[in-house]
Design a protein around this ligand. Sequence first.
Ligand code: URP
Ligand code: ZN
Ligand code: ZN
Length: 470
Amino acid sequence: MNTTLIRNGRVITATDDYVADVLMQDGVIHAIGKNLAVGEGVRIIDASGLYVLPGGVDTHVHLQNIIGPTVTCDTFASGTRAAAFGGTTTVVDFALQTAQDSPLEAIARAQRLADPQVNIDYSLHVIVTRVDAQVLADVRHAMRHEGVTSFKMFMAYPGVMMADDAAIFQMLRQVGADGGMVALHAENGTVIDLLIREALEAGHTSPRYHALTRPAILEGEATHRGIRLAELAEAQIYFVHVSSNQALKHIVTARAEGIPVFAETCPHYLLFDDSVYNSDEFEIAKYVMTPPLRTSDDQKHLWRALRYDDLQVIATDHCPFCMKEGHLGYQRQKMSGQHDFSKIPNGAPGIETRLVSLFDIGVMQGKLSLNRFVQLTSTTPAKLFGLFPKKGTIAVGSDADVVLFDPAATQVIHAEHLHSQCDYTLLEGRTLRGQVKKVFLRGELIVDGEQWLGREGMGRFVPRGTVQAF
Ligand code: URP
Ligand code: ZN
Ligand code: ZN
């Protein structure tokens, strides 16, 4: 029996804020109360002055994902350890359906890779690239029997991952009717490809052209198209990595019309703006992610949407590639695009810094309440992706995934102190208020200050239910 009592912490959920004791037993939260009495052999942790938060739920990460000719530079082992140090105890990664296989094979392949390595609990969205009757049958099977209830589709990257509108519509119609979620990457891929070709033909090869060839209007156009397809399909829909007001304005209007549209943004869109691209140095390849960073005006709209619930989730889109070729043996990383921006693998790291960076720029700067912070980073992602109430809250019977967070601490972020295998962080040298002190996964202490106590393979695949947003 593994029993721990957290004494006197300030318990923060999406709705509550009170000082109490939390008793964790056999992997779940067993009791919450004042001055809980416990017998001998119970480990007692004094959490006076600390927040007791539900473990973070990050529903958008790319660990060990093969993307084009390369692979993201965090394994399931390193990425989930980094997540844990950052206060995240559940991640949802991706299983890619290739040209040769089915969604079910994609799930099995990702599980074979992840299961022996994961340090925290995990699930998978299937990336569906091709739709036919068999694929739709497999999708239904995945939802009913494999606990995989969400599917990502791309409106970008023609010839690689892009699905056409009819395929997206078919998925929305079936998955929506079955209570699951289609998550869309909304950018107009064919027009972007044309703009990229034209830029390269004009000799524009530096990373700044990544941003210039993916204008916000093409994110807006695809978002609008996705919404209309969802409306026709009478389905709920989720937009990943929303970065611009061009996209947001369609989301806001659709929600006001009663269409069940949900959306996430990512910390990098809140932390940085497109002024970082004002250089022809290759160094800015660090900021080559998709969609690219937008204007400070877009950022204001993102904050407004977070406040008024037009954005419901903040996920990382942790998609790390090293700047130094050969770092830890990783090849074909950011330097692949040294002479051609279109060959820079898209993505940036962030899995470990999500909670602390949002605490600093959101809560400490008065833009998010503590409850909203928890809701955006744990509770709502758990609800939208069928993990709640096992994950996403502190309640009797929920998994004892608990973070002790010190709001009074400050830290300076350096890549070498983080636990990702990526050789850089976008937050290098930045001082952030707040610090994760201890992390429990199903009642087991896995992070204790700087000490790692977790074990590879201790994380579990979590079968998920349907969308709980209504
Ligand atoms: O740049 C990004 N976001 N890379 C990851 C793949 C995706 O589109 O989410
Ligand atoms: Zn995407
Ligand atoms: Zn992504």
